[in-house]
Design a protein around this ligand. Structure first.
Ligand SMILES: Cc1cc2nc3c(=O)[nH]c(=O)nc-3n(C[C@H](O)[C@H](O)[C@H](O)COP(=O)(O)OP(=O)(O)OC[C@H]3O[C@@H](n4cnc5c(N)ncnc54)[C@H](O)[C@@H]3O)c2cc1C
Length: 316
């Protein structure tokens, strides 16, 4: 077990810091930290620390962590690679769980299927599929998230979305019970899998199809070129808002005159109206204020109610 932060003694009662207690009850390979800065764990690079940060070594550690939070009345949330997250400046009061250990980071190829842990990077899914001569998941290549985060968000790009290529998902409920669900048992929406608001994705099986490596590679290259024509390289959390039914959010924001509009260190990207970028010293407050201005004007001028795609957690 790895404990970092200022933990000086082994606790005798439940009044001690939860990080210390968790470190005692989890396996030796688990990572437990307290007051862990979260900004560096998100692509937007803003926000305060988590009271407790845990990387369970395996499913059993995860179940223990979830039960512990329940018994102690502690809030928790699971974070992937933090690429669709905005953590408020005061940080998160509770436990942040990240499925980054080896047990959650495996890819197994079984014929035309890929069995992937929730912690696997989407880029790795695409690259491993290409190496095995499997097509269908090329669109995941440029999305900087994990399998778990992409399942929760039903992430998509280039006309494809996560649940189009998923056969089954392994989930844990808040009581620590594990089930394997087929895709038919999981309702999904545009950029949302409601089931995963209160279940943790442990991994998934992707269904691909056989193809030549050259064919897959060519599609990946085309997607990558397209992406970098319109995507900013500055830190961001991807698209700030979901696309309304009538107009892409980026186009709307551009038409409303917001391109390169700034609040503090946050700025609407000049490459893509739906990306708010951190120009270097942004706070979560700057980003949220800029997003609120955009929302207000979309409503007052177009009667369009923009909905945030980025998940917002923590306290001011
Ligand atoms: C430059 C850039 C480009 C992007 N391009 C795209 C794009 O083309 N298409 C697209 O859809 N998105 C895009 N995104 C957004 C983001 O990459 C995706 O939403 C991604 O799937 C989020 O995965 P993550 O691991 O980073 O999740 P996080 O940001 O860490 O978490 C997102 C949500 O998922 C939940 N979550 C994470 N892991 C689990 C789990 N194991 N079980 C249950 N819930 C979990 C979290 O609690 C949170 O609510 C982009 C982001 C950036 C920064």
């Amino acid at each position: 077990m790895t404990i970092t932060g200022d933990i000086m003694e082994v606790p005798k009662s439940s009044s001690v810091n939860p990080a210390v207690e968790l470190a005692r009850i989890l396996s030796a390979a688990a990572v437990v930290r307290r007051d862990e800065p979260l900004a560096k764990r998100t692509t937007l690079r803003v926000g305060g620390p988590a009271d407790v940060y845990v990387e369970p070594a395996n499913e059993s550690d995860l179940a223990v962590t979830v039960e512990f939070c329940h018994a102690r009345g502690l809030s928790f949330f699971v974070m992937g690679r933090g690429s669709n997250l905005l953590v408020r400046d005061g940080g998160f009061r509770g436990v942040v769980i990240c499925l980054a250990s080896q047990d959650f980071s495996r890819v197994e190829i079984e014929g035309e299927r890929l069995r992937c842990g929730a912690g696997v990077k989407l880029k790795q899914v695409a690259v491993d599929a290409k190496r095995a001569g499997l097509a269908g998941v090329e669109f995941l290549e440029g999305i900087p998230g994990s399998v778990g985060g992409a399942l929760r968000m039903n992430a998509g790009a280039m006309g494809g979305q996560m649940f189009d290529v998923i056969e089954s998902v392994r989930v844990m409920d808040r009581a620590g019970q594990v089930r394997e669900l087929t895709v038919a048992e999981i309702p999904v929406e545009y950029r949302c899998c409601p089931l995963l608001k209160d279940h943790i994705a442990l991994g998934a099986v992707f269904r691909c199809r056989a193809a030549t490596r050259a064919e897959v590679e060519q599609r990946m290259n085309t997607f990558s070129e397209k992406r970098w024509e319109s995507q900013p390289s500055m830190p961001s959390a991807g698209c700030m808002f979901k696309n309304p039914a009538t107009i892409p959010a980026g186009k709307l924001i551009e038409e409303l005159g917001f391109k390169e509009k700034r609040v503090g260190g946050a700025m609407v990207s000049k490459e893509h109206g739906n990306f708010i970028v951190n120009t270097g010293n942004a706070t979560a407050h700057d980003v949220l204020e800029l997003a609120a201005l955009i929302k207000a004007r979309a409503w007052s001028e177009r009667k369009i109610e923009l909905q945030t795609e980025v998940e917002i957690v923590g306290v001011d």
